[in-house]
Design a protein around this ligand. Structure first.
Ligand code: ZN
Length: 353
């Protein structure tokens, strides 16, 4: 783009004659000159002028590009210099011009920071995100890490193999800890030798930290179930900042107790691409479920809970139950029959990882 003449050459007067659209160098010593084309207009420059020199001399201007991070966000704005074109190709600044050369500049392309690539083969498969079952998809995980931002972008390419489904089932308990029901559930699980997963609510972890520690010590997996358990609007529709706060506060309250949560269950099971992304940013994975006996339903009996679970359970199932949020005596009472019924089908009970 033609801008304005910035410099006058010694003993040469530079004038732009707009009417004829020509760069004219007038007068001065009769040094050898070259005839070139600058941004589409003929011009004369002293012999020995470089590409960079001509661009500055005629004040050619184009836009600088941004340096982007590995996620595509601007890391440093306008740091990539415009491209200098010699005969329509990018050339170094110091290239000496010859008669007949075409000189121009072009807007710079944005550039990505240097990125290192790590490839992790996962023949045993990885869980989907959000995760509904224990099934794992074999494939290859590609981790890109920005050398400047240190941000990571992880993508997964399924190998096309069949999903790996263990003969295992995960029992999960939400909405605790509860001083009334969590100890009862923990002692039943201990007696039955069942590892399980507890998705705890941050403010309840603040109130009953000893119960969270008991879950940990009993070999249970402790996951994040947000700080306040907001339900209206649905978690997946929360404004981004609020969603981030709920997830990170929930994590922090657990970290404070020495628990490192890797799993997050959205309140009400309300997931969305924003939930999955935000959970991933906090280093966790969104976990939903595939079997819901609605043990939270007022008036439901232990027998009904057992029937609902055993009717629906299959290899890889994730079962949602509750140890808090209301009267859970039916859930506590249902546990032994649920465990026996699942084991009778040759399925193991596992804590989620
Ligand atoms: Zn819940």
């Amino acid at each position: 783009m033609l801008h304005r003449a910035k410099k006058l050459l010694p003993s040469v007067v530079l004038a732009v004659v707009a009417a004829v659209g020509t760069w004219v160098l007038v007068g001065g010593n009769d040094h050898a000159t070259l005839t070139v084309t600058i941004a589409g207009r003929p011009a004369r420059v002293p012999d020995g002028t470089t590409l960079g020199g001509a661009v500055s001399m005629f004040g050619l201007h184009a836009n600088a590009g941004d340096l982007l991070d590995v996620e595509g966000n601007v890391l440093r704005p306008a740091v990539v210099p415009p491209a200098l074109l010699l005969n329509r190709h990018v050339a170094p600044r110091r290239t000496r011009l010859r008669s007949g050369d075409l000189v121009d500049v072009a807007d710079a392309h944005n550039r990505r920071e240097p990125v290192s690539r790590q490839i992790l083969h996962s023949p045993g498969g990885i869980p989907s995100d959000p995760q509904f079952t224990l099934a794992r998809t074999p494939g290859t995980e590609v981790v890109l890490e920005g050398a400047l931002s240190h941000k990571r972008v992880v993508s997964f390419r399924p190998s096309g193999g069949r999903q790996t489904v263990e003969r295992a089932v995960a029992l999960t308990f939400d909405d605790g800890p509860s001083p009334r029901y969590t100890p009862a559930i923990l002692s039943k699980l201990r007696r039955l030798h069942v590892p399980a997963t507890f998705f705890v609510v941050g403010y309840l972890a603040d109130l009953y930290p000893a119960l969270v520690l008991r879950e940990e010590r009993a070999g249970m997996t402790v996951g994040n179930h947000s700080y306040n358990h907001p339900e209206v609007p649905p978690f997946g529709e929360l404004p981004q900042a609020l969603m981030e706060d709920e997830i990170s506060l929930g994590s922090q309250r657990l970290s404070r107790l020495g628990v490192d949560p890797r799993l997050f269950r959205p309140p009400g099971g309300s997931s969305s691409p924003a939930v999955v992304r935000t959970v991933e940013m906090s280093g966790e994975r969104a976990v939903l479920w595939s079997v819901d006996p609605a043990d939270w339903h007022p008036g439901v009996t232990a027998k009904q809970i057992v029937e609902q679970v055993l009717k629906a359970v299959r290899p890889g199932s994730i079962v949602i139950l509750h140890d808090g949020g209301g009267d859970r005596s039916a859930t506590v009472a249902a546990l032994p029959a649920i465990v026996r019924g699942i084991r009778r089908r040759g399925l193991r009970l596992v804590a989620m990882r």
